[in-house]
Design a protein around this ligand. Structure first.
Ligand code: CA
Length: 236
């Protein structure tokens, strides 16, 4: 048996706050994070960010340095001397500014990304920091009798080990990280196989079939949602 907290932790997708005043960058970053199974919210300045912080604390903050009003370094300083002192923060620094990088790290940022950055790099840095700071959430995923240990790449059902291919494993992890969410074939192709377009969606169907059969008694957790795609969950 597992506790209610474990279930909740395995289920929630990480929440990211982004403070960036440039609309085009903010929208692009939010779009990218959204598409990688993360929940992301954007703020154009400090005031609305602080309001949101009081309502709900995120798992990670992406913080631009140059902002109108309160700048990113002041926000960082305030975070570090507040009840949010342990919150993971990545600073977005100006191109080639050594001063920005040093100030960000000195100010207690966990990492920085220099502008202009690639979206793949951004995703990788965010995920790396989340892995470091949310070990309990990321190392083992659980659902019913199913246990997936990510660093050890092992899957067990009721204690018995199941042997999966790498793609089947990745597919299962992605489904579990989005428990109860309906995922389209295109989305699964993009996220698990890394295709940028809707390619052979039949690939997804065949992998789901073998995954279900290999999972044995836990196979029924993987559900077909007619006309939409697939999901994993204990409910209907
Ligand atoms: Ca800016």
């Amino acid at each position: 048996m597992y506790s209610q907290t474990d279930r909740k932790a395995a289920k929630a997708s990480p929440l990211i706050y982004l403070v960036e005043d440039e609309d085009s960058i903010r929208e692009l970053v939010l779009y990218t994070l959204d598409n990688s199974g993360l929940e992301a919210k954007g703020f154009a300045e400090g005031k609305s960010f602080w309001q949101a912080m009081e309502e709900k604390q995120p798992d990670l903050v992406l913080l631009d340095i140059m902002l109108p009003g309160e700048d990113g370094l002041s926000i960082l300083k305030k975070l570090r001397s507040s009840k949010f002192s342990r919150l993971p923060v990545i600073m977005l620094t100006a191109k080639g500014s050594e001063y920005d990088k040093v100030s960000a790290l000195d100010g207690g940022a966990d990492d920085y990304i220099a502008k202009p950055f690639g979206l793949m790099e951004l995703k990788a840095r965010v995920n790396a920091l989340l892995r470091r700071t949310r070990p309990g959430n990321q190392e083992e995923l659980r659902l019913g009798d199913l246990r997936v240990n990510i660093p050890r790449h092992t899957v067990t059902v009721g204690g018995g080990e199941i042997s999966l291919t790498i793609k089947e494993f990745d597919l299962l992890v992605y489904l579990l990280r989005n428990e109860d969410a309906v995922l389209s074939r295109e989305q699964l192709l993009q996220q698990v196989w890394g295709y940028d377009f809707a390619g052979e969606t039949r690939t997804v169907d065949t992998h789901i079939l073998t995954l279900r059969s290999k999972l044995g008694s836990a196979g029924a957790l993987v559900k077909t949602v007619r006309g939409l795609g697939y999901k994993i969950g204990e409910g209907e």
